[in-house]
Design a protein around this ligand. Structure first.
Ligand SMILES: NC(=O)c1ccc[n+]([C@@H]2O[C@H](COP(=O)([O-])OP(=O)(O)OC[C@H]3O[C@@H](n4cnc5c(N)ncnc54)[C@H](OP(=O)(O)O)[C@@H]3O)[C@@H](O)[C@H]2O)c1
Length: 242
C-alpha cells in the first residue's frame, strides 16, 4: 500500500447504508475497509463491487463488542485516516437486554478510543445516528426502537464527551443523523411490526433514500471545516422546519 493512500474504515458495511457508504467512498488514492460481524459473503460482494470499479477495498470481520477482535482488526489495518461508525444493533432476534448499550454506546466509544492509536492528526470520526436516537430526549419513539434509540443517544453523548481527547490529537468528530431511511432492513422490520410508526414518518414527508443518506455520510467524511457539527438528513419536522 502506498503511504499516500488514505485508509477509511466503515463499520457494518456488509449491507444497507454502510455498504452504500463504502462503495461511494471508494476511489483513487483510497483504501476502504469493509467491516462486518458475520455476513462474510455480503461483505465480499461489496469489496468486489469496489474492485470492479477500479477501487481498493478489503473485508475484515470483527464483532465490535469483542475488544480482542477489534484490536486484531486495527492491527491488520495499520494507519487509519477516517472512521465511519455506522454499525448499529439491538433489534436482532434473541438480543439480550444489555446488548443495545454494548453495541451502540460501549463499542462505539471503545473503538473510537482505540482508533486514536492509529489515526494521525487530520483524521476524522463520523458517527451515524437516527433522528429518533438523536432527539430521544424530546420526541417519543416506537416501543420496538426504544432501546436502540436510548443507546445510540448515549453513544453519541459518549463520543462528544471524548472531544477534548480527539482535539488533543487533531482528530475531528462529525455526527450524521437521519430520519427513517426508505428501503433499509430496519424500516422494513418496523413496517411489519408497527406500520403506523412508519406511516407517521412518511406523513411528515418522503423518507430519505439509502443513497441520499450515504451521500451525506460520505460528504461528512470529506468536507473541510465541519468538526463538531451534526448534519441532519430528512425529517424537517424534527428540526422545526416543517
Ligand atoms: N435504517 C434506518 O432507517 C436508519 C435511519 C437513520 C439512521 N440509521 C443509522 O444508519 C446506520 C446503518 O443502519 P442500517 O439500517 O443500514 O443497518 P443494518 O442494515 O442493520 O446493518 C447493520 C450492519 O452492521 C453490522 N453489525 C451489526 N452488529 C455488529 C457488530 N456487533 N459488530 C460489527 N458489525 C455489526 C452488520 O453486519 P452483519 O450483516 O455481518 O451482521 C451490518 O453490516 C446505523 O447506525 C443506523 O442507526 C439508520
Amino acid at each position: 500500500m502506498a503511504d499516500s493512500q488514505r485508509t477509511i474504515l466503515v463499520t457494518g458495511a456488509s449491507r444497507g447504508i454502510g455498504a452504500e457508504v463504502a462503495v461511494r467512498l471508494a476511489g483513487p488514492g483510497r483504501r476502504i475497509v469493509v467491516n462486518y460481524r458475520e455476513k462474510a459473503r455480503r461483505a465480499d460482494e461489496i469489496v468486489e463491487r469496489i474492485q470492479n470499479a477500479g477501487g481498493t477495498a478489503v473485508a475484515v470481520q470483527a464483532d465490535l463488542c469483542d475488544d480482542s477482535a477489534v484490536d486484531a482488526m486495527l492491527a491488520g489495518i495499520g494507519r487509519l485516516d477516517a472512521l465511519v461508525l455506522n454499525a448499529s444493533g439491538g433489534m436482532e432476534r434473541g438480543a439480550d437486554a444489555g446488548y443495545a448499550m454494548r453495541i451502540n454506546r460501549d463499542a462505539q466509544a471503545s473503538l473510537a478510543r482505540r482508533v486514536l492509536e492509529v489515526m494521525p492528526a487530520g483524521g476524522r470520526i463520523v458517527f451515524v445516528t437516527s433522528h429518533q436516537a438523536h432527539f430521544h430526549d424530546t420526541k417519543p419513539v416506537p416501543a420496538e426502537y426504544e432501546a436502540v434509540a436510548a443507546s445510540k443517544n448515549a453513544g453519541e453523548r459518549a463520543l462528544k464527551n471524548m472531544r477534548a481527547l480527539f482535539e488533543r490529537q487533531g482528530v475531528e468528530l462529525v455526527v450524521v443523523s437521519g430520519d427513517m431511511i426508505e428501503g433499509t432492513f430496519v424500516v422494513r422490520l418496523l413496517d411489519r411490526s408497527n406500520p403506523d410508526a412508519v406511516a407517521q414518518r412518511r406523513a411528515a414527508g418522503p423518507l430519505p433514500t439509502i443513497e441520499e443518506f450515504a451521500k451525506a455520510i460520505v460528504d461528512a467524511v470529506d468536507a473541510p471545516g465541519i468538526d463538531g457539527r451534526t448534519v441532519y438528513i430528512g425529517g424537517a419536522d424534527y428540526l422545526g422546519r416543517a
